[in-house]
Design a protein around this ligand. Structure first.
Ligand code: NAD
Length: 494
């Protein structure tokens, strides 16, 4: 992965203090294709000494050229990282698709462009940020002047999931670096490549060594835990499962380090009888099945008002059955595999639980026949259930697969209660053509983001995050500055 031309694929390494390194653990692990079970690459696992080296390199960068860089120069550099990703678009696309198995059509429209946009938007945000000043009267009549000073927090530990690897990683690294922090990134063991590749972009645009570091490995007893336990890490930002967030929070408690968490969800969609049915079907089909259901914002519970319940179920079934599983590069593929055979076992476990609980399987419920060439992949059928109570496991627990349960409801109060009856609070979609109803219902749903007649429509300046057990903090636009900077006040007696 060295040099300034094409970013090469080979063994995936750690990126510490501006250089690729296999690290000192002597251990590697296999990065397996979810499409057919073949080997994508060997990955060099970081040992505790490598994590320590990465954190020290980051701290040294804060004390050196990176920490001293004027804001104007820094934001220009962060914008150049966005251009660097775009310059290497095809390499990033190829790597992301190889690691995740997702359709090229999806990754080329979502993952890679958003990876670049996440640097550009925060370069713009930080450029526009200004400190505040307040004059205050004093008893002696001379007054005082207060002004705020915004500083980077220091070394940020960034721990990422596998579902949207580059997108979710840069959503943290973009604002962290734009605010002047140095980062140590631990990508998911399932998707190690694009985070490593970004190291070359950093070098190409001249980011000082140590400002961006990547350590490869797992969570407990490996790079993830070593990073969150390291006393040199000033704050931790994490996207992943709620249970992992709890483990990270325990480590962050030592030294009272700040955390920003984007966690799991069990997101409802609410379909009123006065919706535009075609829009509701198109949007719900995307929110249930996009990325094979592996989107934190995805819908797994659909509540449909009784008069249109049967019509909705029939039409969503048709949409599910119209999806085409296949190799990522095939033009008509719009459903990839799950991330791994292990994750498929978990999802199929829920398919079994639904059957045991007495669900009506409207469509799917098993594994598609993909032919010999793709038989080793983590394929699963898009699946719809009806007929379960609200206490069923597939209605309560996050599955993270291409599936949903559809239940009927009668009135607004009932559906608001159903939507909120979950420990999670990430996202919701409401489908109605009645403007008053939309405004009445949306604020009552206990979520961080509520869409009306859409899903995953994102303005990156808006606050993003989860309520209840779906997260801590908000990121996006100026909201990201609250976590990635330390604001102090200077009070001058005049
Ligand atoms: P995960 O929690 O299993 O792993 C996420 C990362 O944490 C990985 O890099 C993993 O190696 C690391 N990790 C695991 N245990 C750790 C520990 N004890 N200490 C430190 N690091 C540790 O999550 P996943 O399976 O990769 O991703 C899927 C989950 O992420 C789903 O629950 C999904 O809802 C959630 N998610 C949330 C959002 C959001 O914005 N709210 C976005 C995407 C995914």
């Amino acid at each position: 992965m060295e040099g300034s031309g094409r970013i090469m694929q080979g063994a995936v390494m750690n990126f510490i203090d501006g250089a690729y390194t296999p690290g000192t653990s002597g251990k590697t692990f296999r990065n397996i294709s979810p499409v057919d079970g073949s080997l994508v690459s060997e990955v060099h696992e970081a040992g505790e000494a490598d994590v320590d080296a990465a954190v020290r390199a980051a701290a040294a960068a804060m004390d050196g050229d990176w920490g001293r860089m004027p804001v104007a120069e820094r934001v220009k550099m962060v914008a150049a990282i966005a251009d660097g990703i775009t310059k290497h678009f095809d390499d990033f696309l190829e790597a992301e698709v190889a690691d995740t198995g997702k359709p090229v059509s999806l990754a080329s429209h979502l993952d890679i462009p958003r990876g670049a946009a996440n640097f550009q938007i925060f370069a713009d945000t930080v450029k526009q940020h200004h400190d505040e000043a307040y004059r205050m009267p004093t008893p002696d009549g001379t007054g005082a002047l207060n002004y705020t000073v915004t500083k980077p927090k220091g070394v940020i530990g960034v721990i990422c999931p596998w579902n949207l690897p580059l997108l979710l990683m840069t959503w943290k690294v973009g604002p962290a670096m734009a605010c002047g922090n140095a980062v140590v990134v631990k990508p998911s063991e399932e998707t190690p490549t694009t985070a490593a590749m970004l190291g070359q972009v950093m070098n190409e645009v001249g980011v000082p060594a140590g400002a961006y570091n990547v350590i490869q490995g797992f969570g407990p007893g490996s790079a993830g835990e070593f990073l969150t336990q390291h006393p040199g890490v000033d704050a931790i930002t994490f996207t992943g499962e709620t249970a992992t967030g709890e483990a990270i929070m325990r480590n962050a408690a030592k030294g009272v380090r700040g955390v920003s968490f984007e966690l799991g969800g069990k997101n409802p969609a609410i379909v009123f009888a006065d919706c535009d049915m075609d829009k509701a079907i198109e949007g719900t089909a995307r929110s249930v099945f996009a990325n094979c259901g592996q989107v934190c914002l995805g819908t797994e519970r659909v509540y449909v008002q009784r008069p249109v319940f049967d019509e909705f179920v029939t039409k969503l079934k048709a949409a599910a059955e119209g999806l085409k599983c296949g190799a990522p590069g095939d033009k008509d593929t719009n459903l990839g595999p799950l991330i791994s055979v292990e994750h498929r076992n978990k999802v199929l476990g829920y398919y079994e639980k639904a059957r045991e609980a007495g669900a009506t399987v409207v469509t799917g419920g098993g594994v598609p026949d993909m032919g010999n060439a793709l038989a080793g992949g983590a394929w699963v059928q898009p699946t719809i259930w009806t007929g379960l109570g609200e206490d069923a496991a597939v209605v309560r627990e996050e599955i993270f697969g291409p599936c949903c349960h559809i239940a009927p409801f009668d009135d607004e109060d009932e559906v608001i209660r159903l939507a909120n009856d979950t420990p999670y609070g990430l996202a919701c979609s409401i489908w109605t053509e009645n403007l008053s109803r939309a405004h009445r219902v949306a604020p009552q749903v206990e979520v961080g983001i509520c869409w009306v007649n859409s899903w995953f429509l994102r303005d990156l300046r808006t606050p993003f995050g989860g309520s209840k057990q779906s997260g801590i903090g908000r990121e996006g636009g100026f909201y990201s500055l609250e976590f990635y900077t330390e604001t102090s006040n200077v009070c001058v007696k005049l």
